[in-house]
Ligand binder design. Structure first.
Ligand code: NAP
Length: 323
């Protein structure tokens, strides 16, 4: 099969196409998946660069997220049959930057005909992370005011859609006019431009009472400000962070506010079940519609990694397509 194989950690150029890589073998508890599209996540660039806390053994095939069809199932698998349209996420995957991969059945969900394979590949890490950040960490409830700080990217747009569907009053930020429109169309009440010099004043003027929750995509830039913006007992959830920042913890005392971290990979089996059920229900009701910004061919995974980590002006999800 064709697969992207990483032989050594390094820049995007280490994502090399191998046209004759062995197809993964099927175990009793596994599903063999024919990959049609792959979701590219920032974490895959950190792993590829060798800078992430947990690294795979070399050589490895990157990727946990994807969408496609079931090719074959092991004897212990009951939930799926060959031909089913599905999407998947979680690290038990053998590596989804490939024509075929294997996964546990508990990491796979049905993909309805209403979504394309490109959209299916955009569900995994972004929607499950957004769900965990909003509902498990920020404890967002209908009627709460929640700010998605960095709402134009893959996790941000997923968070806006999930929050709006739950009756949360959702606000967002983006760095371009086009990104702001996308966030507004996804269900935000008001959108601010985090590159505008006076956006802090705009947010404050619009929300004098503060936010019950903030889902933060760039904590090393924004956490100090988030503490100012939290309402009494509000919760800021760190989803993305690319460095350190000085904060004033005193701002948390009077309001009894909190800062919590979010790590999708810390979810337990019950969490995954709950998240999968809520996300598939949201898709069925038409509330959740992943937005794909760019599609690259599998062979050009290096360009997809550059796009994910270097480009500004996010407009949803970067995806690889296997033709
Ligand atoms: N904790 C976890 O389990 C987990 C899971 C998934 C992702 N993540 C992390 O979450 C972050 C977002 O992931 P993603 O896939 O959504 O990436 P993405 O699609 O590249 O989106 C990045 C977002 O950050 C925004 N941004 C840029 N500058 C900002 C600023 N100064 N203030 C606020 N937002 C800003 C971008 O907006 P513009 O481009 O419009 O400026 C865009 O909305 C990444 O750091 C990723 O590693 C963590």
């Amino acid at each position: 099969m064709r697969a992207i194989v990483v032989q050594k950690f390094g820049g995007p150029e280490v994502l090399q196409l191998d046209s004759d890589y062995p197809k993964p073998t099927l175990a009793d508890n596994k599903v063999l998946l024919r990959v049609r599209c792959i979701g590219v996540n920032p974490v895959e660039t950190y792993i590829r660069a060798g800078t992430y806390a947990r690294l795979p053994q070399l050589p490895y095939i990157p990727g946990n997220d994807g969408a496609g069809t079931v090719e074959a199932v092991g004897s212990g698998v009951t939930a799926f049959k060959p031909g089913d349209r599905v999407f998947w996420t979680r690290p038990d995957n053998s590596g989804s930057y490939a024509e075929y991969c294997t996964s546990n059945e508990s990491s796979i969900w049905s993909l309805p005909d209403s979504l394309t394979f490109e959209q299916g590949a955009a569900l995994g890490v972004p929607y499950f992370t957004a769900y965990r950040a909003l509902f498990a960490k920020c404890k967002a409830k209908p009627g709460d005011r929640v700010l998605i700080h960095g709402a134009s990217g893959a996790v941000g747009l997923a968070a806006v859609q999930l929050a709006a569907a739950r009756g949360v009053h959702v606000y967002g930020t983006a760095g371009t006019t086009e990104g702001m429109k996308l966030v507004q169309n996804s269900g935000a009440i008001e959108v601010f431009n985090h590159r505008s010099p006076d956006y802090v004043q705009q947010v404050q003027a619009s929300n004098p009472g503060g936010f019950n929750g903030i889902v933060e995509m760039l904590a090393n830039v924004n956490l100090a400000q988030d503490l100012e913006w939290l309402a009494p007992t509000g919760i800021a959830c760190v989803v993305g962070c690319r460095g350190s920042i000085e904060i004033n913890p005193r701002l948390m005392m009077g309001k009894e506010s909190s800062v919590v971290g979010c790590a999708l990979n810390s979810a337990n089996e019950a969490d995954w079940k709950e998240m999968g059920a809520a996300i598939t229900a949201g898709i069925a009701k038409g509330h959740l519609k992943p937005i794909v910004s760019k599609v690259f061919p599998l062979a050009d995974a290096a360009s997809a990694h550059k796009e994910v980590i270097e480009s500004t002006g996010a407009m949803g999800k970067v995806v690889l397509a296997v033709d």
